[in-house]
Design a protein around this ligand. Structure first.
Ligand code: NI
Length: 137
């Protein structure tokens, strides 16, 4: 991919604050930090358009002793198998399980699935990590 240079004008204080951000986040130069910021904006826009294809990871922590909860979570996942790429179940300790579900589909469908799983009674913590298919980056 060919690189293009462009100039940016901004206030001294803002640049100082930006350089602080670069140092705190271990960027070796400003360009790398700006590239990441632009990519973040693109990912954000992909997730905002409800028909855009996105990829994400849903994580759930729950107590597997609650049998109804386990059945419910499995049923929801089978109903959405079209957008589930893979899942992994980790036994955290005697009671708690961590489930990691990799999803790919329209942002509307993926967010709907994440909301449904997270809202299931008994789920201790649910999170959706939003990322991109990388196609337009
Ligand atoms: Ni388990």
């Amino acid at each position: 991919m060919s690189l293009v240079r462009f100039g940016v004008s901004l206030e001294k204080d803002l640049l100082k604050r930006f350089d602080m951000h670069c140092r705190q986040n271990a960027y070796s130069n400003r360009s790398e930090a700006i590239r990441d910021m632009i990519r973040e904006i693109i990912v954000e826009e992909e997730w905002t358009g409800s028909n855009a294809a996105v990829t994400g990871v849903i994580s759930l922590v729950y107590d597997h002793h609650k049998r109804e909860l386990v059945d419910k979570l499995l049923n929801i996942q089978h109903d959405h198998q079209r957008i589930i790429v893979a899942s992994q179940h980790i036994h955290l300790d005697h009671d708690n399980c961590l489930e990691v579900i990799v999803v790919k589909g329209s942002s509307k469908d993926v967010q709907g699935l994440a909301a449904e799983l997270r809202a299931t009674k008994g789920v201790k913590h649910g999170e959706l990590v939003r990322t991109t298919t990388g196609k337009d980056m």
